[in-house]
Write a protein of this length. Sequence first.
Length: 488
Amino acid sequence: MLRALAFDVRLCVGIAPPPLKLTLNECVDIELSLGHDPGATHSTHSAGQARQKQHTQSQLDKENHSLVRGVPEFWCEVLDLAAESWVPINAYTGTIEHATSLVQPQKRQHCVFPYIIGLDLNNHIYDITRRYAQDFTNTTRQRRLESVDSKVDKGAHLWWERWISRWAGSIDARDKNECKSTRMEEEAASSAMPKRIADFAKNPFYVLKRNLRQNEIIYPDRPVVGKIKGESVYLRENVRVLRTTNAWMREGRQVKPSQVPVKQIKQRAVTARSKIAAEAMEAAGGELVADLYGEWQTELFEPPPVCDGRVPRNDYGNVNLFAASMLPKGAAHVPNPNARRVCKELGVDAADAVVGFEFRRGQSLPVVQGVVIPREAFDLIVDALREDRHNTSEKRLAEIEQRTLKHWRRLLLALRVRADVDASFARRSERSEGMSFSTKGDKKGKQRDLEHSSPNLDERTLEERPDQVQDTEADDTEAGDTGGGFLA
């Protein structure tokens, strides 16, 4: 109806997917729905805990009541051109409501929808959750589903942003105003500091020292943006990751000389060699520790350059190439598994390029990807690899051709043998046409029938009917020649 009056209207939908983990309230609700007493299995609980459960159940009933009666799943919003804002309208009651109160009937209750999307006339979808969720950063954002591997995505919730961007329309003048207001809402949400200590653990903007990991530190230690229950609150952007010397080397950096480690932690024994070293240290009454350094204590690793056509190597005879900046000056990287063989045939100096490590059977083994060669030999090796690939493909095609011809030869031989067998059986069937095959048992049966059918048969009777005896002898002779009906 509003679109018929030339209003810009969006259909809003609140999405609440089932969570991956159950909360305490949901566990209590499930036990009550099954007819179980939540406190029956814990008879040793104190009276204070029992009162807390009663309060939890009453709060749960209120939330369920509000979810059923106070929060709609569908509504619409109309663009107010004068105020440059969207006005939500409850389609069930036909009233204009505030965005926050529409999905949060009570002040202490959070937004019940982790995702709220808006659908316009052109079927474009927009994420408008921040407009309706008052405490989006601390509560609603934590209820959203995270990706399987946040390290690959570099963000646990980027999957939703990528999906929603596929359905978003172009940004025109009207959408620019909305983007401006949305940006202001995001800045307001980011500036909202949590009011509970537990909310700082996953807050993307603020952090407490108690929530830091073992290899993290706040650097610089200022500014302190606030306090909560006597603890200082810092910006999460000042959190730095600490690494060991080997870990920084795998990032393409080396620790500067005469640097004092920022922190020392107990070293984890992962490989078999480190486990032996840890056991030996414990037997001596000590503890194997790892020195951690910050990024401000490191610099880019610069390997020695290529000299006289020789590639510089490490202690193991390889070249560490964990980053592009670790390639020696005057060298080139050829990531081809056949490069070492070709370099050996042409007499070009080459060293294995170690690009990482992998753990197998309790050992840390290097991952080799190609070789590092002098830059002046790069074109020669590339042309040789191209020719080697061409020769290899031709050899493979020749093998396939030989194998194919062998299979055809076998097929033709089988067809020839089959034709010979069919022709032999055809000649045999023409010769024995109209004649029946009999076995030895059949011949004995015929003789027995002849003897018992005419017990008074004398020589005169046989002389009167000699044709029957001759036919019988002919049948016996024919059956004997055929070998019982099969080729002898």
